[in-house]
Design a protein around this ligand. Structure first.
Ligand code: ME8
Length: 712
């Protein structure tokens, strides 16, 4: 039995300047697996997630969407809450940095640091990266004064600022690292942080005067507390704020708003912060230093995960590969998505998220692997031949094959335990799927379907029992990663759900034989039904899932909830015309539109001329145009592009053009996009347009060129 100290698991609190994507989903899933594994072992565990709502980046984004910051963040925060639900991520408290309790905790912590003599007034002259909300040294800047982390231009700032005496904490931090060698995981990151601190720490600017959206410095309201000093404190606010932390003892009186208490923080509990490697420095250096100054114990562990790319590229709207998790979870189920997010990538390493691999994994490992193993035994044999009840084992009929299977199950449980405890979730999955494969091989070898005679029933039962017992064990081992499917599998076998219970360890090591004969098997549907061709085709970049993704990317981040007038109501969704797989050729921007972002994306999205030459751009003339029924965005155009028949093009420009105004107009068309269905209509190309804030205009050739003329 592992250490039973209560465990607090946290995700980073997500910036609300944009909607959730697969990277956020990845972080939340990792944290959820940590929580679920602990609970499975009988350990009290809780989880906190939430949103980071202050700072210049959020303020600028709100402005670009024509909203007050508070209105903007109120619209965005629920999206992150919903993302958690979409992924089956269970949290005990959702914290927002605009919550009154959090604001109060930050102000009180600030006062503590002041009382400690660790805060002084100075002036800051240097570089600031708004995208990362971080100060940069001259040395850190890339050529062109770009931020080394986001590759966006840093801003020169010069303003009075309060400073935190970070330099005074260098030795204490190094001591702390020495005595807590597991404080930062993976190990490589620990070494990196120790080196960084050994290299010397400078005092940290912890207030800004050049913008207002944040928590005011107590007694000096012209200063706003630096967004990281604000954000990191969420972990304390979530467990009840400073007063509770001070008590440093088990505190069962939960605060009104959160069931999570300071009992989950050291020394009575353990706290685990799951963070992306990009924000490790803030958590591993600044955060313990702030806490040391305030007289509060640092967290127990910082687990830094790597960075996800999508289909081999950095996620960005201009590439159209911004992947929100919802459409994938809807198509494949939340657990399949969780499985795939964790399957390939060693925690800490960067990795690629690919739609194709997601599909392959679903088909081969979930549908043909575990799903097939369950259905070939539960449905084809237990339900159809053995009367629908778990058969009894028959020890006298045991062969080497059963012995080997039992040994494999025990090996797997040990390997998966070690893997979960070392946060190498990909290894846990690997071990479990090795057992699934081994069991499928066992079934092939023993060929139970040949045992039809009444005198062979006992042997048939013995074999089926072995497979069912493996399935029971797998249902437990896999439950942190796939909680819903684990529950479904257990229900199929007549087993009770795995309900976390303090001090009750469900881990199925050395538990062979735990499955009771006689349980009623009840299979209503396959565990991982094979995907229909229609669903598979949606994974192609020219199809609906791509449309969902690119539409999602194109819409304003804080689109109004149903029934409300959308912000930027005029903003066209012309990206809906675009595929996700290819670099964009359209002049449209994503909703962010910030110059900094554009520069960064433009730099990393440079293409060769040969790539550009692949695009077949032609002059078209609109023959007819009409609104598409049931859509307030789309127009159906018939466009002559010099072929025998006009093309049908579905364009998201209805908010900007009365259909009749387009008839006869010459415009530019991308003619070699794969056809795609939109609202049940085939679109055979894309019309180019420019968008400027709330205006949109289609591009026209400036000479009277006939339809079909190629543009270059
Ligand atoms: O940094 N791949 O918020 P954030 C993998 N508010 N993980 C990714 C990812 C990607 N491409 N993109 C984001 C902030 N993440 C601060 C945190 S905490 C006190 C304040 C994950 O929304 C990763 O875990 O920019 C990252 O740390 C987190 O989302 C938050 O990113």
């Amino acid at each position: 039995m592992q250490d039973l100290k209560p465990l607090l698991v946290t995700t980073p609190i997500f910036y609300v300047n944009d909607r959730p994507h697969i990277g956020h989903a990845y972080a939340a899933t990792i944290a959820d697996v940590c929580r679920r594994y602990a609970q499975l072992r009988g350990r009290p565990a809780c989880m906190v997630t939430g949103t980071d709502e202050h700072g210049q980046k959020v303020a600028e984004r709100a402005k670009s969407e024509g909203l007050l910051p508070q209105e903007f963040v109120d619209r965005m925060a629920p999206r992150f809450r919903d993302m958690a639900a979409t992924l089956g991520v269970g949290f005990d408290h959702f914290i927002r940095t605009t919550d009154a309790r959090h604001r109060e905790t930050v102000a009180r912590l600030w006062q503590r640091l002041v009382n400690q003599g660790d805060i002084y007034l100075g002036s800051y002259e240097g570089w600031y990266s708004v995208s990362e909300e971080t100060f940069l040294t001259e040395k850190e800047l890339l050529e062109g004064n770009l931020c080394p982390y986001s590759k966006q231009p840093a801003r020169r700032v010069s303003e009075p600022s309060y400073f935190f005496r970070l330099s005074a904490y260098q030795d204490r931090l190094l001591d702390f690292y020495r005595t807590h060698p597991d404080f930062i995981l993976p190990k490589g990151r620990y070494t990196e942080m120790v080196r960084f601190v050994e290299g010397g720490l400078r005092d940290l600017s912890v207030s800004r005067t050049s913008f207002r959206w944040g928590i005011g410095v107590p007694g000096a309201p012209e200063h706003v507390i630096y967004v990281w000093l604000d954000a990191l404190v969420n972990y304390l606010s979530a467990i009840g704020g400073l007063t509770l932390c001070d008590k440093h003892k088990a505190n069962t009186a939960a605060s009104e708003a959160s069931p999570v208490t300071s009992a989950f923080w050291p020394p009575t509990g353990e706290s685990l912060h799951v963070v992306g490697k990009d924000i490790l420095r803030f958590h591993a250096i600044y955060w313990p230093a702030f806490l040391m100054s305030a007289g509060i114990e640092p967290p127990t562990r910082i687990l830094a995960h790597g960075w996800l790319t999508v289909d081999g590229e950095k996620m960005s709207k201009s590439r159209g590969n911004f992947v929100p998790p919802e459409p994938l979870a809807q198509l494949l189920g939340e657990d399949a998505l969780r499985y795939c997010l964790l399957r390939d990538i060693a925690l800490g390493s960067d990795g690629d998220f690919s739609h194709e691999r997601l599909l392959d994994r679903y088909q081969s490992e979930l549908a043909s692997g575990l799903g097939n193993l369950a259905s070939r035994i539960l449905v084809s044999l237990v339900q159809k031949v053995l009367g629908g009840a778990v058969p009894a084992p028959a020890p006298t009929l045991d062969t080497d094959a059963e012995k080997a299977l039992r040994a494999a199950a025990a090996r797997c449980a040990r390997a998966a335990r070690t893997a979960y405890e070392e946060y190498t979730f990909h290894r846990a999955i690997e071990a479990i799927w090795e057992l699934v494969a081994e069991t499928n091989r066992y079934v092939d070898k023993r060929a139970p379907w040949t045992l039809k005679a009444p005198e062979e029933r006992a042997e048939l039962g013995h074999i089926c029992y072995h497979v069912l017992e493996v399935l029971r064990i797998v249902s437990v081992l896999v439950s942190p990663v796939m909680p819903r499917k684990a529950g479904e599998l257990r229900e199929m076998m007549g087993l009770p759900p795995l309900t976390p219970t303090p001090r009750l360890d469900f881990w199925p090591e050395d538990s062979w034989g735990g499955l009771q004969a006689g349980l009623k098997v009840n299979v209503k549907h396959g565990l991982f039904p094979r995907l229909e061709t229609a669903v598979i085709s949606q994974f192609r970049p020219d199809n609906a899932i791509a449309a969902a993704i690119s539409q999602n990317a194109a819409a304003p981040a804080a689109a109004a909830p149903k029934g409300e007038k959308p912000m930027n109501a005029n903003a066209a969704d012309t990206l809906a015309q675009r595929t996700t797989a290819k670099p964009a050729v359209s002049t449209q921007q994503g909703a962010s539109g910030s110059a900094a972002k554009d520069t960064e994306e433009a730099m990393s999205a440079l293409i060769d001329f040969d790539d550009f030459a692949k695009v077949d751009l032609r002059v078209g003339r609109v023959i007819s145009a009409e609104a598409l029924p049931k859509s307030d965005k789309l127009l159906r155009l018939k466009v002559d592009i010099g072929e025998t028949e006009p093309r049908q093009i579905i364009a998201g420009i209805r908010a900007f053009y009365a259909p009749e105004a387009l008839v006869g107009q010459a415009l530019l068309v991308v003619a070699n996009l794969k056809p795609r269905k939109m609202m049940g209509e085939i679109s055979q190309g894309m019309v180019l347009a420019v968008k400027d804030g709330t205006r949109l205009g289609v591009l026209n050739p400036t000479i009277d060129a006939p339809p079909g003329t190629r543009a270059s």
